[in-house]
Design a protein. Structure first.
Length: 554
C-alpha cells in the first residue's frame, strides 16, 4: 500500500501517460523540472526523498543542479541526505560550487555537507572552489576545516598549486597558514604520458606538456606576484625546475611577468641556468622583448550535467584544475604586469649579473603561439640571444648584447650567422619567399656590421654537423658555401641584393656547387614552387637581380 500511495503521489500533475509507460521516480520529476509535482509528492511520508537514479544521483543533487532554492530547502526539511555522492563522485555541495551559487553553498554547509568531499580523482570541494574562481567559497571551506593538504590523483596537484595557478593570493596565504606550507616544493605528476596519447602521435610534438610543476611555477605561469612572494617567504625553492629544467625565473620571463622575474632575482634565483632546450633566462628575455608567444545538458557527472564537464570537456574542475597558460612555450602565457619592469630591464640586469650572452639552444625551442613542427626552423640548436634579436629586428637588444660581448657571427646548427638570418636566409634554403627588406631590416644588418659581422661569411661545415641531420627539416636545400648575397639573389630579393652590394658584399664568391650570386639568379625556377603568383614574383625579382649583377665587373 505504501508503494501504491507513493506511486500515486508521483503521478500528480504529470499529465496523461500511457498505461505501459515506465514508472517515474522522484529523481525524474526533479530532473524534468516538474517542481509542483515534486513539492506535492514529498509531503507524503511514503516518498523516499533519497531515492537514487541508476548513476547514483539523488533528487537533492538535481535540485541543486537546477539552482532551485525552494526545492532544495524542501528536500532538506524532508530528510534529504546532503553527503551522498553519485557514481562520478559528484555531490550536492560540489554542484553548488560548480554553479558558483553562494546561497546554496552555505545552505548545504549549514545542513552538514562534508567540506572534505572528494570526487573519483580525489579532487576536493576546496580545489573545485578554487578552480571555478570562487575564492570566498574556498576560504569558507578552509574556515570550516577543509583538509588543505590533499593531493588529487589525476595530476598529483594540491589546493596550493590550484590557488597559485588561478591567481588567488588570499587563498594561497590562507592555505599556507593552515598547513600547506609543507607542500611548497611538492611537484605535480610528470609521468602521465599514457593519459596524453592520441591517435595521431605527431600531435604529441606540439601539445604534450611535461608537467611536474611546483606551486611557485604555477604562480609564475598565472602571473600572481603576491602568490610568488608568499610562497618564497614560506620556503619555496626559487631554483627548483620542472623535469625539463624550466625554473621559476625562466617561466616568469616566458609568461612576460618581468616583475616576478625581478623579485626572483632579488630572492636568489640563478640567472645562469638553462632548461632542456638550452633556453637561458637571457634567451627568453630577448625572445619576449621581440614580441615572442555544443550538446544539451546531461545527467549528474556526465557531460553537461552535475559533476560533469561543460558538455564536451572533462569532469568538474578540468584535467589540471585550471585553464592552460603559457608554460614552456614562447610568449603564450599570462598577461604582462600593467606597470613595472620590461623585458629590456630584465635583459640589462641579467647581463650586468654576468650571464653568458653566447649560450646557445641545444635543440629546437618548445612550441609556442604560431609555432609548430614545420615552422621556426632556425630556432634550433645553436641559436643564441643575438640570433633571436636579429630575427626580431630588435635593435635595442642587438646593441646591448654586442656591448656585453655577444659573438656577432656565432652560427646556428645550419651554420647560419645572425647576419645571414637577418638578411633572409633560413635553414630550409627555400628560395620561394622574397625575404625581408626595408629600413628596419637594413638597420638590423647595419648594427651587426658595426659589431663586426662578416658580410661575406659563407655556410661552412653544414655537411659535417650530425645535429643538422636530426633537426628534421623536410626537403631542406643544401646551402654549403652560400653567402647572404647568393641567397638573396636566388630569392630574387633585389632591394636586399642592392643593400648588400652597397655595403661591400663580394658578388664573385662561389658556393660549394660553384655558383655565384649571378648564377643563382639565373637558375631555373624550381618545380617545387608551384604557386603561380609566387613563381611570377620570383621570376620578376630574379630578372631585376640579374640586371643589377650583370652591370658589375665579372
Amino acid at each position: 500500500m505504501r508503494a501504491i500511495a507513493a506511486a500515486g503521489l508521483l503521478a500528480i500533475g504529470m499529465g496523461a501517460y500511457a498505461a505501459d509507460a515506465p514508472q517515474r521516480t522522484l529523481v525524474d520529476l526533479v530532473r524534468e523540472g516538474k517542481r509542483d509535482s515534486v513539492l506535492a509528492a514529498i509531503t507524503s511520508p511514503h516518498v523516499d526523498v533519497n531515492v537514487r537514479a541508476p548513476d547514483g544521483s539523488t533528487p537533492l543533487m538535481w535540485a541543486v543542479f537546477a539552482a532551485d532554492h525552494e526545492m532544495v530547502d524542501a528536500l532538506l526539511e524532508r530528510g534529504a541526505k546532503v553527503n551522498v555522492t553519485n557514481d562520478y563522485g559528484a555531490s550536492a555541495l560540489t554542484e553548488a560550487i560548480r554553479l558558483q551559487d553562494m546561497a546554496l553553498f552555505r545552505t548545504l554547509l549549514d545542513a552538514g555537507a562534508d567540506v572534505n568531499v572528494r570526487n573519483l580523482d580525489n579532487q576536493t570541494a576546496l580545489m573545485l572552489a578554487i578552480s571555478v574562481g570562487q575564492p570566498e567559497m574556498a576560504k569558507e571551506l578552509i574556515r570550516r576545516g577543509a583538509d588543505v593538504t590533499v593531493v588529487e590523483t589525476f595530476r598529483g596537484q594540491t589546493a596550493l598549486m590550484w590557488a597559485a595557478g588561478n591567481n588567488q593570493p588570499d587563498v594561497v596565504d590562507m592555505l599556507l597558514e593552515k598547513g600547506a606550507a609543507k607542500q611548497v616544493n611538492l611537484r605535480a605528476r610528470h609521468d602521465d604520458w599514457a593519459r596524453q596519447m592520441t591517435s595521431e602521435p605527431r600531435a604529441q610534438f606540439g601539445s604534450r606538456h611535461t608537467g611536474g610543476l611546483t606551486a611557485l611555477l604555477y604562480a609564475t605561469r598565472s602571473g600572481c606576484y603576491q602568490c610568488a612572494v608568499s610562497l618564497v617567504k614560506a620556503g619555496a625553492d626559487v631554483n627548483l625546475p620542472n623535469p625539463d629544467g624550466v625554473t621559476p625565473l625562466i617561466n616568469a620571463i616566458d609568461n612576460r611577468r618581468f616583475d616576478i622575474a625581478m623579485f626572483l632575482l632579488d630572492s636568489g634565483a640563478d640567472p645562469h641556468t638553462w632548461d632542456w632546450h638550452g633556453r637561458t633566462p637571457l634567451y627568453v628575455a630577448v625572445t619576449m622583448n621581440g614580441g615572442g608567444g555544443g550538446p544539451g545538458r546531461g545527467g549528474p557527472g556526465g557531460p553537461g550535467g552535475p559533476g560533469g564537464a561543460a558538455a564536451g570537456g572533462r569532469g568538474a574542475g578540468g584535467p589540471g584544475g585550471f585553464g592552460p597558460a603559457g608554460f614552456g612555450g614562447p610568449g603564450a602565457g599570462g598577461a604582462p604586469a600593467a606597470r613595472g619592469p620590461t623585458a629590456m630591464d630584465v635583459i640589462n640586469r641579467l647581463l650586468e649579473m654576468g650571464v653568458d650572452p653566447n649560450h646557445e639552444l641545444t635543440q629546437k625551442r618548445p612550441y609556442g603561439t604560431g609555432g609548430g613542427r614545420f615552422q621556426e626552423y632556425d630556432r634550433r640548436g645553436g641559436a643564441g640571444p643575438l640570433m633571436i634579436a636579429a630575427m626580431n629586428n630588435d635593435h635595442a637588444a642587438i646593441e646591448t648584447l654586442l656591448r656585453h660581448g655577444a659573438e656577432v657571427d656565432l652560427p646556428n646548427v645550419f651554420r647560419l650567422t645572425p647576419f645571414m638570418i637577418a638578411s633572409g636566409m633560413s635553414g630550409t634554403g627555400n628560395d620561394g619567399a622574397a625575404g625581408p627588406s626595408g629600413e628596419r631590416v637594413f638597420r638590423t644588418l647595419d648594427l651587426l656590421l658595426e659589431g663586426g659581422a662578416d658580410i661575406n661569411a659563407r655556410v661552412i661545415g653544414s655537411h659535417r654537423r650530425t645535429s643538422a641531420l636530426v633537426s628534421y627539416v623536410p626537403s631542406r636545400k643544401d646551402q654549403e658555401g652560400r653567402t647572404a648575397l647568393i641567397a638573396a639573389a636566388a630569392r630574387g630579393n633585389e632591394p636586399m641584393v642592392r643593400f648588400l652590394l652597397e655595403r661591400g658584399a663580394d658578388h664573385r664568391i662561389r658556393d660549394a656547387a660553384g655558383m655565384t650570386a649571378l648564377d643563382a639568379a639565373r637558375q631555373p625556377i624550381p618545380d617545387a614552387i608551384n604557386n603561380e603568383q609566387q613563381r611570377e614574383r620570383l621570376e620578376k625579382g630574379r630578372q631585376a637581380v640579374v640586371k643589377l649583377l650583370e652591370s658589375l665587373p665579372q
